[in-house]
Design a protein around this ligand. Structure first.
Ligand code: SAM
Length: 199
């Protein structure tokens, strides 16, 4: 078992000023799939404590914007291109709120996860609902051609979820970053080239 202090990614994150070891998962995803471009607007769901937002912030530069959303507290960032929204992603009309306040976005990333209870079925079922909600929001807030990155727990519902995402995005891949713990069933879905309703 790896303790947090011995975990190389946790050490590296602390030394480099990232708020979570999860930052390295997003670096790996972006190295492989090239999600971010300068000047983009990014929605980060389940953003606390903020590692993913910091990575996205660097990649999009000072002309871009990261909207960091979580139902848990997020400490203010020193990066000027990150705004924090204290919201539950299941809140009704979150899509309208985002569109009215920020307009459409280029990328929606979701690292949302439940507090792990240890009950496999229960944890998987909540994770599936979080991923489903992230997918639903992506379809409301993304520009045509946009990208969606989402944590999922591999299980009985994965195949069905991938199938539904493929109906709205032209390219869909699954990827397990090296920095994702081997014993975790988490995997990331990377969906690119959103097909908007208006096409
Ligand atoms: C693994 S952490 C995210 C780590 C983050 N990506 C980072 O790099 O620091 C998962 C987050 O999902 C959030 N979350 C879970 N359910 C949520 C919900 N219904 N609405 C908003 N955030 C939620 C949790 O509060 C938690 O902060």
């Amino acid at each position: 078992m790896i303790t947090l202090s011995a975990d190389p990614y946790a050490k590296k994150a602390r030394a480099s000023g990232f708020r979570s070891r999860a930052a390295y998962k997003l670096f790996e995803i972006n190295d492989k799939f090239v999600i971010f471009k300068k000047g983009q607007q990014i929605i980060d769901l389940g953003a606390s404590p903020g590692g993913w937002s910091q990575v996205a912030s660097r990649k999009i530069g000072s002309n871009g914007l990261v909207i960091a959303i979580d139902k848990a507290y997020i400490q203010e960032f020193k990066e000027k291109n990150i705004v924090i929204e204290f919201q539950d992603i299941f809140k009704k009309d979150l899509d309208t709120f985002l569109l009215e306040n920020y307009g459409k976005s280029d990328v929606l990333i979701s690292d949302c996860a439940p507090n792990i209870s240890g009950n496999y079925d229960q944890d998987h079922s909540i994770q599936s609902m979080l991923a489903q909600r992230a997918f639903e929001l992506s379809q409301c807030v993304l520009y045509m051609g946009g990208s969606f990155v989402c944590k999922i727990f591999q299980g009985s519902e994965t195949q069905e979820f991938v199938k539904s995402v493929k109906e709205r995005f032209r390219t869909v891949k699954l990827f397990k970053p090296k920095s994702s713990r081997k014993q975790s069933s988490e995997i990331y879905l990377i969906a690119r080239d959103f097909i908007s309703d208006s096409e």
